[in-house]
Every structure is written in C-alpha cells, then in structure tokens.
Design a protein around this ligand. Structure first.
Ligand code: SF4
Length: 420
C-alpha cells in the first residue's frame, strides 16, 4: 500500500502531496513527484562503510573519523545536507572540536543576507504567493531548482480561499526563461530578455522611474525604456504583488547589489500598494542549516568555533576558501540527499557521510553511508520560506544509521581518541 501525503525532501519547496510506494526495498514515486523526486527517492537500501578503502562497520568508521578529527587543529564540517537532527548534531560536534561550519550552497545563499542585514525586506510565503498574488515578477529565474514551483504556486487562474484570482506573471532576466515551462494562460508578452548580470541596473532604473526621474537614455542593454515603464505600471496596479528571485541563479560578481535593488523597489512600491519579496532556495537542507546554526550558535553560516565560542565570518569561512588556502586540516562532508553533491577536492583527510550511492572519486579516508531523511528515516526540515518545519516520513526504511546517530557516535568516540 503506497504512502500518501509524503513530503519530498529534495528541494526547498518540500511538496507534501507525493504518493510513494515500495519496490525491491526502494521507494518509488507513484504520483505527484517531479523528475527530480522520481530520480532521487529510490535510494539504495544498503551501503558499505569504508576506512582507507577497506570495508568496516559504521561504528568502526565512526571511530576512525573521530581519530582524524581529534588530530586536526582546524577541522571543517561542510555540506550539511541532512535533516534538522543531523544539523543539530553537526553544530554540537563543531563546538566540541572547534570546527568551521559551511553548508553546501552557502556561496549562493550569501547573496541574500547582506541586503537583508542592511535594511531588511518585506517577504511573503509560498501559501500567500499561491492564494493571493495577482502580479508576480520572476527576476532571473523560473524556478530551475524548484521544479514544481509553477504547478504548485503560479497557476494563472485560481479559486483561492480569498476568491477568484487571475494572476499576471512577468519575467525579467536571461534566456533561461523557458516558455515551455510557463503555466497555460500566462502572459508571455511580458518577458523582458536581459542578461541576469544587468538586473541590478534594471531594478535601479525601475526605482528611478518610480521616483519620477527623467532619464536621457532610451534603452538599457537593448531593452527600450517603454518596456520598463510598462512593467512598472503593471507592478503599480497589483493588489498583492510578489517579486521572486533565486540566489543560486544570480551567479555573477556582486549579485547582492541586484538583490538589494529588488528589495528596495519592493519597499518603495509599498507606499502605494502591497508588494513582497520571495527568495527561492533552501535545497539540500539549506534553510534548515541556516536556522539550526542561528538557534544554536547565534549566527547563521558561515561560522567557526574557537575555544567553544562561535565566530561569524561569511566572507572568509567558505569551504572552498578554507580548503584552497590550506586553512582546514580535516574535512567532514555531509550529503544525505543528492548523490551528485560530492565533497570538494581537498589535500587534507576527508570524512564523508552520504547516501549509499554518493559518487565518490577519489575515495575519502572514511565513508559512512547514511539513511536518506524523508525516504529511509523520519526527520524534520524547514521549508524555504522559513515559516513551517515539516515532518518527513520514511516510506522505505533502511538498515542505515542517520546522520545524527553517526555524528553522536563520532562525538562519543572523541573521548577515546583523545585518550589514545
Ligand atoms: S519540486 Fe522539489 S519538493 Fe517538489 S517534488 Fe520536486 S524535488 Fe520534491
């Protein structure tokens, strides 16, 4: 009997309507999942722990991992692709061994906090987007990393709890906006094709026009000024507007300036009508990692513990930066969701906690296969809009330890390693 209303853990949307069956010990999506969910739910039910390439039990591997961490002076715990219990255990271990902590998508996610810390922003939720937004502007994204965003939240017409909704959707950004992915009935005339690199200028221009500034230019990077004026007019006419971007898709230097321009435009539009922002993201447990680090350490990632005290340094504590500079002498990488999210290259000893089919080449010093949260073990994850934490089921229970169990064992073994 397949399980229904299963929450999918494989992107920040956390769709909670999947139907998942069980075949040959592996979970199979039978209804409602996207291609990503269909590909990732059938995780292998078994895996082999290894130390220096040789088979070991997972407790033996945990002991070897503890020895490597005890010998390190500046360990790095990175990836953090797991559920909230695993991330809590990771923060506790980092405090114990004075490690740096860095989630796998922090480079992209760091584009949001600077504008938010400087001036804040008015944000909304996925539910409000779905049920209230009558004008939606997609800036540089069509939800490439959230495959069911359009289906779940952007239907052009909707009978919502607040009445009949007719939605206008406008896209501004590079040609990654694929018309085939548009919801039927969406207003395709309103695509402003502009490289994402120029989004800061585009939203700066919109702010200037909103403030009544006259501009001598007639176009911005080939897009006539009238197009921007038409966009502004549509934004003005909204009863509940939502501006969406995806930090992962703003992959150019100083992208935080584009985020800042968008957030400021929304703030200024709110003097006349109601607008909110909705940043997309949060895959591989990213939203949960940010929240757990903040709850337990007082800072969001990136951070480091020194003498048991947390220090925040988002510009210097990135895993890539630390590894390239030789400032980490042991890496513990956690990736329990996606077999393609492999550890970065490192010259130091590598310990990997990952789903059994994680692609590892070269092999790490220690590998411990773990249960996939939401597939093989229950758990909890925070949705990307940060307003709900959803329970995860285990439609295909497996005889694999959870990330939290392995990290607790490593922490326990640290005492033995120090005494040895
Ligand atoms: S859109 Fe995301 S959460 Fe929804 S089914 Fe696909 S991968 Fe899972």
């Amino acid at each position: 009997m397949p399980a229904s209303s299963v929450t999918c853990p494989f992107c920040g949307l956390l769709c909670d309507d999947l139907v998942v069956g069980l075949r040959d010990g592996r979970a199979r999506v039978e209804a409602a999942g996207c291609a990503r969910a269909v590909a990732l739910f059938p995780a292998p039910p078994q895996g082999q722990a290894r130390v220096d390439g040789s088979p070991a039990t997972w407790p033996q591997a945990a002991r070897a991992a503890a020895t490597l961490l005890a010998q390190a002076r500046q360990p790095l715990i990175a990836g953090l692709g797991c559920d909230i219990a695993g991330q809590r255990a990771a923060v506790m271990l980092a405090e114990r061994v004075d490690a740096a902590l860095d989630p796998m998508d922090s480079t992209a996610q760091q584009r949001n906090p600077f504008p938010f810390q400087d001036s804040g922003w008015m944000s909304t939720t996925l539910s409000e987007l779905r049920n209230r937004a009558d004008v939606v502007v997609l800036a540089g994204t069509l939800g490439a990393y959230q495959p069911r965003l359009v289906e779940r939240c952007l239907a052009p017409t909707l009978s919502s709890p607040f009445g009949e909704l007719h939605r206008r959707i406008i896209a501004i950004g590079s040609a990654l906006l694929r018309p085939a992915a548009w919801p039927a009935g969406a207003d395709l005339a309103n695509i402003i094709d502009l490289p994402n690199l120029h989004l800061a200028e585009a939203f700066g221009l919109l702010r200037a026009r909103l403030a009544g500034q006259r501009l001598d230019a007639t176009a911005l990077h080939g897009v006539a000024l009238e197009r921007f004026d038409a966009l502004l007019e549509t934004m003005h006419s909204a009863r509940y507007g939502v501006l969406i971007w995806s930090a992962a898709e703003l992959d150019f230097p100083h992208a935080d300036l584009a985020v800042r321009a968008m957030a400021e435009l929304v703030r200024e539009l709110n003097t006349r009508t109601r607008w909110s922002v909705l940043p997309l993201g949060g895959g591989d447990g990213g939203t949960s990692a940010a929240q757990v680090c903040t709850w337990l350490a007082g800072y969001p990632p990136r951070l480091r513990f020194v003498n048991g005290m947390a220090q925040s340094d988002p510009l210097q504590r990135g895993a890539d930066t630390l590894l390239a500079a030789g400032e980490a002498d042991a890496l513990l990488w956690i990736s329990a969701f996606d077999p393609a999210r492999t550890p970065p290259p490192a010259r130091c000893p590598r310990i990997v906690l990952g789903r059994a089919d994680l692609r590892l080449d070269p092999a790490p010093d220690v590998f411990i296969p773990v249960a996939v949260p939401g597939v093989q073990a229950p758990g909890m994850l925070s949705r990307m809009d940060q307003v709900v934490t959803l329970p995860l089921m285990a439609p295909a229970p497996a005889d694999l330890p959870t990330v939290a169990e392995v990290l607790a064992r490593i922490t326990q073994e640290l005492g033995h390693a120090a005494a040895a």
